[in-house]
Write a protein that binds this ligand. Structure first.
Ligand SMILES: [Zn+2]
Length: 158
């Protein structure tokens, strides 16, 4: 029982990470973006200063920093926070509603890719190197969902 609880907490935590990751994945495929998909370097889009790792804690950093860049105090787009919370909540609900089944896992991946497609359709694709970044994005998604997949697998066998 304790293992199951721990495992499911780990699965939820992996969704929290995926939600945060999406801001360097999905948002960088959109119109106006120039940063390469998946690179961990985060820069303020206004002053260009590097955002410290301690200010990159998903959701929490945004709230503590009041949604502002620490150096120039310009507002960080709320789409970052929205995407983090939305994906974390949606994937968690899907997994719980499907009793952490394999179907639920596949549904989570499909949902993530659908959200990506919807964002691109609504906002437009980035002008520079879109296809290359899309390819990197899909490759990275395999890696990041593999971690969640391992947790689902352990959950399945215990
Ligand atoms: Zn700034």
């Amino acid at each position: 029982m304790a293992e199951i609880l721990l495992l499911r907490t780990a699965i939820f935590f992996s969704f929290y990470i995926i939600g945060a990751y999406a801001t360097t994945d999905i948002l960088r495929l959109l119109k106006g973006s120039t940063s390469p998909v998946g690179s961990s370097g985060c820069y303020c889009p206004v002053c260009g200063c590097r955002i410290a790792l301690k200010d990159q804690i998903p959701i929490i950093s945004y709230i503590l920093g009041k949604g502002e860049c620490r150096s120039c105090h310009s507002r960080i787009p709320a789409s970052d926070l929205f995407l983090e919370i939305f994906l974390f909540a949606a994937l968690s609900i899907i997994a719980a509603a499907t009793s952490f089944s394999w179907f639920g896992f596949v549904f989570c991946i499909a949902f993530y890719e659908l959200v990506k497609a919807a964002f691109i359709l609504i906002n437009g694709a980035r002008e520079k190197d879109f296809l290359r970044n899309l390819f990197v994005s899909l490759l990275n998604n395999i890696g990041i969902f593999a971690i969640t997949g391992i947790l689902f697998f352990i959950n399945y066998i215990v």
